[in-house]
Design a protein around this ligand. Structure first.
Ligand SMILES: C[S@@+](CC[C@H](N)C(=O)[O-])C[C@H]1O[C@@H](n2cnc3c(N)ncnc32)[C@H](O)[C@@H]1O
Length: 251
């Protein structure tokens, strides 16, 4: 579908693109299988069926591809060229278009959208509450009044205990070998998580992420400041990684 793919450059430096070649190379084989998309799509279904939909942080299309089967149109936005390259290498349906852009800047997409969503904490890739509120405002600006935003955001009840443990090694789900997380939290509430995947017989793959870890009430406050009314919150049951928020663009 590259004919309808935009490739939009923005002002952020490339060092600021968190998802590089290493994580993109293992995302579909070693990371995505830990969180099957079916439950996510079921929760999105009432909002995206037959709708014009925007995904923020589309990644390799784990959710966008099944959503495209029930939506009228999906625009997937991401600032990582390697993640988008993984998605473009798949059989991307004609009702999906991809935009390389940074959600911390005004979004270069033509609204209005009937619904938006962002899964696996993509919107937590921000430095502070102001940047999160700005990102949410950029989404609000391209939504129709009354449109929904469905949002998965890092759950403090799951991640704060991991900070206390500092290093956690787990069997890699559905795969041989182990995944080791090294987790720190700084005074500005930025969680830094290093991931090292040791697959049987293969060289280790290492990458890092920085996300803003804030309480549920603060996420709700950012949504509210950006012009959303929070309608429902599904709180994660530890060890589930993300809370789920359903919010509606103010009319
Ligand atoms: C954990 S992945 C989630 C991918 C996909 N939504 C899923 O559920 O499998 C987070 C995605 O957010 C993207 N991302 C992070 N910061 C971004 C930013 N500032 N602008 C646009 N995309 C960003 C990353 O490149 C990555 O593809």
């Amino acid at each position: 579908m590259t004919q309808n793919a935009l490739d939009t450059r923005h002002t952020r430096d490339t060092w600021d693109v968190q998802y590089g070649d290493a994580v993109a190379s293992v995302y579909d084989s070693l990371i995505a299988p830990a969180l099957p998309a079916e439950a996510t799509v079921d929760r999105l279904r009432p909002h995206v069926t037959g709708a014009r939909v925007l995904e923020i942080g589309v990644g390799t299309g784990r959710v966008a591809l099944p959503v495209a089967a029930i939506a009228a149109q999906v625009v997937g936005l991401d600032n990582s060229r390697p993640m988008l390259d993984e998605l473009r290498a798949k059989a991307v349906p004609g009702n999906v278009s991809l935009v390389r852009a940074d959600f911390r800047e005004p979004l270069p997409v033509a609204g209005p959208f009937d619904a938006a969503y962002s899964t696996m904490g993509s919107l937590a890739c921000v430095a502070d509450r102001e940047e999160l509120t700005a990102a949410l405002s950029h989404i609000r600006a391209v939504l129709a009044p009354g449109a929904t935003l469905s949002l998965e955001y890092y759950a403090t009840g799951t991640y704060r205990p991991l900070v206390a443990q500092h290093t956690v090694t787990l069997p890699t789900p559905h795969h041989g070998g182990t995944t080791t997380f090294t987790i720190t939290l700084d005074d500005a509430d930025v969680l830094t998580m290093g991931t090292r995947i040791d697959a049987d017989g293969e060289p280790p793959v290492e990458f890092g992420e920085r996300v803003l870890l804030i309480e549920r009430e603060e996420v709700e406050a950012c949504l509210s400041r950006a012009g959303f009314t929070v309608e429902r919150v599904y709180a994660a049951q530890s060890p589930q990684p993300y809370d789920w928020y359903t919010a509606r663009a103010a009319t």
